[in-house]
Design a protein around this ligand. Structure first.
Ligand code: PMP
Length: 453
């Protein structure tokens, strides 16, 4: 009997009682290997001593101070750390200021509002439109949901959503034409942004928002090389702000502190969450350029936004400890090494699986797309709820993976997202691949391993 209103009301969930590195343990003592970090959150696993000590020490001295009255050392230090990282890795970095909130959706809301307010401050009040991509997720609050392109999440709330324009995603597996080079495809996909800006009227467009590696809606889909460089050029040409959503793919998940650095560009606004606090505290951040910040300072002097828990000192202290762990222990080296090895292992064991259409991703953010037929790439019937079957079969084997349904318009199939902690070792990786193979076999009713050819 429970009074908690769960995600799936009425369902029975195991009771999580403890964490041990990459493992979660339930009330019956069962251990679950966390191969998805919940939803790409727990990048340090579940019992990091340094983060625990930092959180406890912060609560001991000061647990909360409202940002309408005070700043704090933890918030200042964390902001300085993030900007130093951005300066170090993002080519031509524009990010210079950080606004802390409690999660990804809140960061998306702040980004959308700052983009709008910036244009008011500089005397371009007609710029209010936002362009986004069909295959995207930016959060479940109404503003973030409005720009998100996940039809299943949007549909019930459609009449309540603000208008937004959606262009095609960059999704080579399904949309790159036969014989088309990745570069040509990337240009074709990015040029949809220019066409949309021209249709709407450049003087009305405030921002374009996109995930460098699409996470929950598509299962770790990076853009092809050159796509984001072209996007950056188009935004600059029309004075449109580029908002990159690195809530899932940022903070080291791809093996780089900021995923966009690998695409060779930086945004005007970047949002982060998940791996920022690694789940030890709820925290998100909006990083923005000094140009936007200065416009607010010179204009109204007040960013017309805010939440009670923004800049929460305990959350900032926890996140700072997380980020220092990543830096001081070179954990991104392990992300790159284990990420490459996990991808190779998945390709070896599941690459020829009759229902695994694509294996993709970057670093320790990997996805498998499931199809009825590898030739036609036809998705499974959504009524089969394949993703739910995979999750159930994996949990029964003590493995947490993050499967999601395909798009309801049939544009892509069910997928399984893997986002294990940055601390995994070879043995964990082997367990992930073995247990996932068995779970897929049960869910799809196929042999656990493809026969050797
Ligand atoms: N953006 C992206 C890319 C995400 O993956 C998510 C969460 N899955 C969000 C935004 C929303 O973050 P939150 O759930 O913390 O509000």
């Amino acid at each position: 009997m429970t009074h908690v209103f769960h995600r799936q009301p009425g369902a029975t969930y195991p009771v999580a009682v403890a964490g041990d590195g990459p493992w979660l343990i339930d009330g019956d003592g069962r251990r679950y290997l966390d191969a998805c970090g919940g939803a790409a959150v727990s990048c340090l696993g579940h019992s990091d001593a340094a983060v625990r000590a930092a959180v406890l020490s912060q609560v001991d001295t000061l647990a909360y101070a409202h940002t309408g009255f005070f700043t704090t050392e933890a918030a200042e230090d964390l902001a300085a750390h993030l900007i130093a990282q951005a300066n170090a890795v993002i080519p031509g970095n524009r990010l210079d200021k950080v606004y802390f909130v409690s999660g990804g959706s809140e960061a998306a809301e702040a980004a959308l509002k700052l983009a709008r307010q910036y244009f008011l401050e500089i005397g371009q009040p007609d710029r209010h439109r936002v362009i986004a991509r069909r295959q995207s997720y930016h959060g479940n609050t109404l503003g973030a949901l409005s720009v998100g392109g996940n039809q299943w999440r949007r549909q019930p709330f459609e009449p309540m959503l603000m208008p937004a324009t959606h262009i095609a995603p960059c999704y080579a597996y399904r949309e790159q034409a036969e014989g088309e080079s990745p570069e040509a495809y990337g240009r074709r996909a990015a040029d949809q942004l220019e066409a949309a800006i021209q249709t709407l009227g450049p003087e009305t467009v405030a921002a374009f928002i996109a995930e460098p590696v699409v996470g929950a809606t598509a299962g770790a889909v990076p853009a092809v090389p050159g796509y984001f460089r072209r996007i950056r050029e188009i935004c600059d040409r029309y004075g449109v702000l580029l908002i990159l959503d690195e809530v899932m793919c940022g903070m080291g998940r791809t093996g780089h502190m900021f995923a966009c650095a690998e695409d060779g560009i930086g945004p005007d606004i970047l949002i982060a969450a998940k791996g920022l606090g690694a789940g030890y505290q709820p925290i998100g951040a909006m990083l923005c350029s000094a140009v936007l910040f200065d416009a607010v300072v010179a204009g109204s002097g007040f960013f017309q936004h805010g939440h009670t828990y923004m800049g929460h000192v305990t959350a900032c202290a926890g996140a700072l400890a997380v980020q220092r762990r990543l830096r001081d222990d070179n954990l991104l080296d392990n992300v790159r090494r284990q990420g490459a090895a996990l991808r190779r292992d998945l390709e070896e064991t599941l690459g020829q699986h009759p229902h695994v259409g694509d294996i993709r991703g970057r670093g320790l953010l990997l996805g498998l797309e499931l199809v009825t037929d590898r030739e036609t790439k036809a998705p499974f019937d959504p009524a089969v709820k394949l993703h739910a079957r995979v999750k159930r079969a994996a949990m029964a084997r003590g493995l947490m993976v993050y499967p999601m349904g395909g798009t309801i318009d049939g544009r892509h199939g069910d997928h399984v997202l893997l986002a294990p902690p940055f601390i995994i070792e070879d043995a964990h990786r082997h367990e992930i691949v073995d247990r996932l193979g068995e779970a897929l076999a049960e869910a799809l009713d196929t042999p656990a391993r493809a026969p050797a050819s």
